[in-house]
Design a protein around this ligand. Structure first.
Ligand SMILES: Nc1ncnc2c1ncn2[C@@H]1O[C@H](COP(=O)(O)OP(=O)(O)O)[C@@H](O)[C@H]1O
Ligand SMILES: [Mg+2]
Length: 247
């Protein structure tokens, strides 16, 4: 399965980067008090697949993404990453650090740090010397087309540029699973297209699994597949194309 996807994802293997993670959501639900944020969700996202999740505000999209990324526990059912319930393991925090990259609607950049320093922060603890961190951070900014803004602070960047920095930061640990929750929610529509294009390019280049949540159904144009969440119920198109995009 991963081979088919690598072939689709261009030079996924060449970068030495991680192939994508395999994600399974089995009868998963999440309840907050009396609110069923998500009910009996079932989903398989194949390694290297780009999945779009759409649906209205309050429908349960973030809940689904947070369960997949291990930020929340399901109240029923289970989440399997590469076939294992890793979010229930004692090493869950470590798995999260090593496996997942998150991009949120608000960029969550540190306002007093330059773009480069914001990316470097994500590399602290990776056992690198400062110089190596700097070089890697710069390389990541280059990958998102922002090398020339490396020494700018968030206030000196546009909304789209800030999201690019946030994406570079999310790539710092070479995640095999990139989760983006409304990454284009705070930017205009042209900028939004560019951010989605960038995520799509990154997926092609790195072969990671990408799940993007957006209320904007346009996100579906970039994705291999789109699922919808309506009032806590996940629905998928009739044909499940998750197995292999093409030969
Ligand atoms: N921490 C929480 N406590 C209580 N209710 C929550 C919490 N998180 C989400 N909800 C509720 O769960 C439902 C789904 O929320 P969410 O997954 O954030 O939707 P979406 O991302 O589609 O806007 C909403 O009714 C929301 O109010
Ligand atoms: Mg949300």
């Amino acid at each position: 399965m991963s081979q088919a996807v690598s072939a689709d994802g261009a030079s996924a293997g060449a970068a030495g980067a991680s192939a994508g993670a395999d994600v399974r959501v089995e009868h998963a639900g999440r309840r907050y008090g009396s609110v069923d944020a998500l009910r009996d969700a079932n989903l398989h996202v194949a390694p290297g697949e780009f999945l779009a999740v759409t649906g209205r505000s309050g429908s349960g999209k973030s809940t689904l993404l947070n369960l997949i990324g291990g930020l929340e526990e399901p109240t029923c059912g289970r989440i399997l990453i590469d076939g294992r319930e890793i979010w229930r393991e004692p090493r869950a925090p470590r798995h999260r650090r090593e496996l997942v990259g998150f991009v949120f609607q608000q960029h969550h950049l540190l306002i007093n740090l330059t773009a480069q320093a914001n990316v470097e922060v994500a590399l602290i603890g990776a056992g690198m010397h400062r110089r190596e961190r700097r070089e890697r951070a710069l390389g990541l900014l280059e990958e998102v087309g922002l090398a020339d803004r490396a020494d700018h602070e968030p206030a000196e960047l546009s909304g789209g540029e800030r999201q690019r920095v946030a994406i570079a930061r999310a790539l710092a640990n070479e995640p095999r699973l990139l989760l983006a929750d409304e990454p284009t929610g705070a930017v205009d529509s042209i900028t939004s297209q560019r951010v989605l294009d960038l995520l799509s390019e990154i997926r092609q280049r790195r072969g990671m699994t990408v799940i993007v949540v957006s209320y904007d159904p346009q996100v579906g144009a970039r994705a291999d597949r789109m699922v919808t969440v309506t009032d806590g119920v996940l629905t998928q198109p009739e044909t499940d194309l998750s197995a292999a995009p093409s030969a």
